[in-house]
Design a protein around this ligand. Sequence first.
Ligand code: WQD
Length: 341
Amino acid sequence: MNQQRKILVTGGAGFIGSHTITALVSEGFTPIIADDFRNADESVPARIEKIIGYMPEFIKIDVCDKEALTHLFEQHAFEGIIHFAAYKAVGESVAFPLKYYRNNLLGLINTLELAVQFKVRNFVFSSSCTVYGEPGEIKEVTEDLPKGLAASPYGNTKIIGEELLRDVHQSTSDLHIACLRYFNPIGAHPSGMIGEFPIGKPNNLLPMVTGAAVGKYKQLTVFGDDYPTADGTCVRDYIHVMDLAAAHVKALAFLQSGTSSFETINIGTGEGTTVLKVIQVFEAISGEKLNWKFGPKRPGDVAEIFANADKANHLLNWYPKYSLEDSVHHAWNWEKKLQHD
Ligand code: WQD
C-alpha cells in the first residue's frame, strides 16, 4: 500500500477541487494537485494551506500537455485520481464548442491513458446532471434514466466522457471508475478561506445573488416566472460544496474496497428548491433586501430536476450534512470576506 496515499487531483485549484483537497487531507490522503490556474485563482494554494496546515504539492500543468503529465506520473505512485480539470460554462460551450471538446476530452484521455500505463487503480470522474438533458416528466432522476440529448457541448463532453470511461473499464477491468453526477454545487468552506471564484460575471444563481447583494451587479434577474412549478420558477437540487467534496472521498474509499468498478452516481440532496425560495432564504439569512426582477426564460433551462440520491446513500454510505440555509450562509460569508480581501 502506498503509505503516502497519494491522490492526483487534476483541476484541484478550482471551486469543487479546492474543497475536495481539504476533505482528502481530513481523511489522511496526500493530494497532488495539477492545475494551470486558467479557471482558478492563484491565491487558492495559500488559502488551502491555512485550512489544512501545510502547503499541498501544486504543479502548474495543462492536462492537455501529455509530456508534462507523463513526467508527473513518473514522479509519483498514485493510489487514485480525481479528474476535475475541464471547462464548465454551459453558455460559453455553445459559443466555442471546439474549445470544450478539445480541452475536456483530450485532458480526460491523457489522464486516463497514463492511469492505465502506470496502473493506477481508482479513478473518480467529475460528471454532471446535465447528462440527463431535459428529463421531461421525470423530475427526480435516477442513474438508470437514459442520458438525454445534451443541452450543450459542455453537457456532451460529460456524456462522451462517461462512455469513454465505460469502454476503457471494459477493456482494462482493473481500473475501478466512479462517475459522480453533480447537481448544483453551492456554498463555501465554513472557514470562509475558500469558495467560488467566478471568472467574470457568473452564470450560476448563488454567486449572482450574493454578488448583487454587495453591489457587484446592479440587479439579479430571475429567468422565467411561469414554469410548471410551485412558484413558477425553476427547481434545482442545490448541494453544499463540502458535501460534494465528501462524496469524492467516499467514492475513492468505495473503489478501493474493490467491490464493483464502474458506477455512475448522482450526488445531490434529493430535494428540489425554486429560485424564489433561494432568494427568500438569502434575505432571511443576510437580512438584506435583494434587488431582483423577473426576466425572460434562459434558453436551455429545464423546469425542474433534482437527484434521487439513493445509490450514493447506499453504495457510498454518503449523506449530505449541510442544509440549504448552511450553504447560503457560507456563500454569503465568503462573498463578504472577498470584499475585504
Ligand atoms: C439555476 C437556476 C436559472 C442565474 C449549471 C450548469 C450545470 C451544473 C450546475 C456543472 C436556473 C436560475 C440563474 C441567474 C436565474 N454545473 N438563474 N438568474 O443552469 O441549473 O446548472 O450549474 O456541472 O452543468 O448548467 O445552474 O445556477 O445557472 O441556474 O434565475 O442570474 O437559477 O434559470 O433556473 P444550472 P444555474
